[in-house]
Ligand binder design. Structure first.
Ligand code: AQP
Length: 332
């Protein structure tokens, strides 16, 4: 059975984007893979996080994973900072990766923007830690969206350079796992930007913890254009916001955009938005309720995370100890 590692940053409350683009697909993977699901808090602090908020966001994300259908008994659910193997291997990889490789990472350029000199060094070396997250478990498959493809290639370059430098075949080649047509959910305020949990505007996203009224209000206020919905996908060209809302409905219904437009074409946004909001409430309502139930018992949730961290460490520790031995660290 192939071992899979997937992670999400606790950099806010998980969104509809995280759900449709990632978590929902991971739930399906559990059936025929050995999975490690990681709340990547070490990655989250590459940008400033308020400490108390980070702690609560870590629990919230873990609860959302479970509420969405991740089974923490059958699979390993843990938070990254609780397994030191990530940092130990991450440091080795900082010394294996070349500066030129990191300079090519487009996500760093996007995230750093014009303020390059002011961002943390962690944001710059983040792809090395991501490589360590995967290689620490000898995971061979990683479900990724397009935005993470370049980081995965870097993880392979690092693993292969390590093997070459130390004359071993230790780190396996990682294959990206592309899961069907990736649902890319865009901001409700700007159809050209992706929906993000760290977007300063709460109105730009649907949080997995939003209640029915909040969802309805956010969808009602979502930016659109004055035209009716087209009958065919070509009619969505140049209409980023309309395309996004139709795409969300299609993803929730497990249909393609053409099928949704056959039903919805000709309708105005008022009627369409009402249907979309009702559908969102139907699909997300049970997730939000289960998340709230889990969060009401932090002791049980922490025990799940503790157990997950112990099981993750049991896999990663011997692998990372061997990497350290190969590097030449004295083991006494
Ligand atoms: N809008 C989105 N549409 C589809 N998939 C998305 N993902 C995130 N946003 C969307 C997928 O969620 C996974 C985890 O993402 P992450 O938390 O590690 O970082 P991110 O991609 O940067 O997500 P956010 O929500 O935008 O976080 P912040 O705001 O902190 O940057 C990934 O598989 C990603 O593809």
């Amino acid at each position: 059975m192939q071992r899979i590692l997937s992670g999400i940053q606790p950099s806010g409350v998980p969104t509809l984007g995280n759900y449709l683009g990632a978590i929902r697909n991971w739930v399906a993977l559990q059936r025929d893979h050995e999975c490690l699901f990681c709340v990547v808090d070490l990655h989250a602090i590459t940008v400033w996080q308020d400490p108390a908020t980070l702690r609560s966001a870590t629990r919230e994300l873990a609860a959302s994973f479970i509420a969405c259908g991740i089974d923490p008994k059958a699979q390993v659910l843990f938070h990254q900072s609780a397994v030191p193997a990530h940092v130990r291997l991450g440091w080795i990889f900082n010394c294996v990766a070349r500066l030129g490789w990191l300079n090519r990472m487009t996500q760093f350029k996007d995230k750093a923007g014009k303020d390059r000199e002011q961002v943390s060094a962690g944001l710059y070396v983040y792809p090395n830690l991501m490589a360590a997250d995967i290689h620490a478990y000898h995971a061979t498959r990683v479900p990724v969206g397009d935005d993470q493809r370049q980081h995965l290639e870097l993880a392979n370059d690092i693993g292969q350079k390590f093997n070459h430098d130390f004359g071993v075949e230790f780190f396996p080649v990682i294959e990206p796992l592309i899961l069907g047509p990736a649902a890319r959910v865009m901001s409700l305020r700007d159809g050209t930007r992706k929906m993000s949990k760290s977007d300063p505007s709460d109105q730009s996203r649907i949080n997995l913890t939003d209640d029915a009224d909040t969802i309805a209000l956010k969808i009602r206020r979502a930016r659109t254009d004055p035209d009716a919905l087209p009958h065919e996908p070509q009619g969505l060209e140049g209409r980023a916001e309309a395309r996004n809302l139709v795409g969300i409905m299609a993803a929730l219904l497990d249909q393609d955009v053409a099928a949704v437009l056959r039903e919805q074409g000709g309708k105005g946004f008022g009627a369409f938005k009402e249907e979309l909001a009702a559908l969102l409430v139907e699909k997300l309502g049970p997730i939000a309720a289960e998340t709230r139930r889990l969060l009401a018992d932090p002791g049980t949730l922490d025990a799940i995370l503790r157990d997950g961290a112990a099981r993750a460490a049991a896999i990663a520790d011997p692998i990372v100890a061997e990497a350290e031995r190969l590097v030449g660290f004295l083991k006494v």
